[in-house]
Design a binder for this molecule. Structure first.
Ligand SMILES: NC(=O)c1ccc[n+]([C@@H]2O[C@H](COP(=O)([O-])OP(=O)(O)OC[C@H]3O[C@@H](n4cnc5c(N)ncnc54)[C@H](O)[C@@H]3O)[C@@H](O)[C@H]2O)c1
Ligand SMILES: [Zn+2]
Ligand SMILES: [Zn+2]
Length: 358
């Protein structure tokens, strides 16, 4: 590429201050250094985690900063030592990386890479502690190693998953955070048995994907819980069979769910970021076997309080980043899951059109 090794000037949405509107600016993006890649971002979406760190309530603010971590793009150039990726590869950035060398990456049970796990307080590259973005020579901080609200961004190679080039990037970009997180929280972590009952707290993108995961796993009742009733109709398409709006009840939601399910749900997945919903999601699972999975990012000062007896009564509480998927190893397969469904739908449509033409 003609731009390899050179600074690229491009547009980026810069957050100058916490909670203030982003402004479109021309930024300079330095070339990738050792073990880094520079990616042309074609599509990016918004996840609640961006909003949370942009608001920066109760946090140590780090501004100016370029947010964005749910995206799809094409590799423009690669730095020294990068052998797995080449210019032209289609990729999804991931906010938590996979070095493939550390004990976590080598463990089948973890995706909490020692080197590249999510770090919201770091605004610079791991290699040299510097930012690759600048305006008039002044550095602009990165966000979770991705900063996708820019036409070009630089990432560590371990935070970039190479995917099938036939996958439509405008669709699969949402697999780079929210959808994989919710899906994995259900199928990899909650693991609802066939015929079980699952409660999903929060029906944003993450919660809808968690509902879809519960449906894929074979759950027969999927109860969506949200304070916003306008989410319910959409959630039906993702597998929710019933709904509870805590605002409609005077009793605690735990009790409402226990009464609906003869003692509690088999699994619950919390996708709100609200600590009260996290406590409810734990306390609503059935004693003896219930498992609750926390996905939402809580307020910095939030404290989870429950009576220890809830654990003694054989309820399990778990949490997950990125649905326990290993970004580089597993994300290409999540994209393939989507592609198989697209191809199957195409075949069904073709078969129907043949039937119709007879
Ligand atoms: N663990 C991870 O790897 C990971 C990855 C992505 C997102 N997240 C987090 O997951 C959460 C969901 O993300 P999203 O993009 O789907 O957010 P979203 O804002 O689109 O959806 C959240 C939903 O929760 C509902 N809600 C809020 N408080 C509630 C309560 N007390 N009871 C019931 N419902 C309530 C809201 O009405 C909303 O519909 C966020 O906290 C986000 O930061 C975590
Ligand atoms: Zn996200
Ligand atoms: Zn690692």
């Amino acid at each position: 590429m003609a731009t390899a090794g050179k600074v690229i000037k491009c547009k980026a949405a810069v957050a100058w201050e916490a909670g203030k509107p982003l402004s479109m600016e021309e930024v300079e993006v330095a070339p990738p250094q050792a073990m880094e890649v520079r990616v042309k971002i074609l599509f990016t979406s918004l996840c609640h985690t961006d909003v949370y760190f942009w608001e920066a309530k109760g946090q140590t603010p780090m501004f100016p900063r370029i947010f964005g971590h749910e995206a799809g793009g094409i590799v423009e150039s690669v730095g020294e030592g990068v052998t797995e990726l080449a210019p032209g590869d289609h990729v999804l950035p991931v906010f938590t990386g996979e070095c493939k060398e550390c004990p976590h990456c080598k463990s089948a049970e973890s995706n909490m890479c020692d080197l590249l796990r999510i770090n919201t307080d770091r605004g610079v590259m791991i290699g040299d502690g510097k930012s690759r973005f600048s305006i008039d020579g002044k550095p602009i901080y990165h966000f979770v190693g991705t900063s996708t609200f820019s036409e070009y961004t630089v990432m560590h190679v371990g935070c970039v998953a190479k995917i099938n080039p036939e996958a439509p990037l405008d669709k699969v970009c949402v697999l780079s955070c929210g959808i994989s997180t919710g899906l994995g929280a259900s199928i990899n972590v909650a693991k609802p048995p066939k015929g079980s009952t699952v409660a999903i707290f929060g029906l944003g993108a993450v919660g809808l994907a968690a509902a879809e995961g519960a449906r894929i796993a074979g759950a027969s009742r999927i109860i969506g819980v949200d304070l916003n009733a306008s989410r319910f109709e959409e959630a039906r398409k993702f597998g929710c069979t019933e709904f509870v709006n805590p605002k409609d009840h005077t009793k605690p939601v735990q009790q409402v769910l226990a009464e609906m399910t003869n003692g509690g749900v088999d699994r619950s997945v919390e996708c709100t970021g609200n600590v009260n919903a996290m406590i409810q999601a734990f306390e609503c699972v059935h004693d003896g076997w219930g498992v609750a999975v926390l996905v939402g990012v809580p307020h910095k000062d939030a404290e989870f309080k429950t009576h220890p007896m809830n654990f003694l009564n054989e309820r399990t509480l778990k949490g997950t980043f990125f649905g326990n998927f290993k970004p580089r190893t597993d994300l290409p397969n999540v994209v393939e899951m989507y592609m198989r469904k697209v191809n199957r739908n195409r075949q069904i449509a073709a078969a129907w059109s043949m039937v119709a033409s007879f």
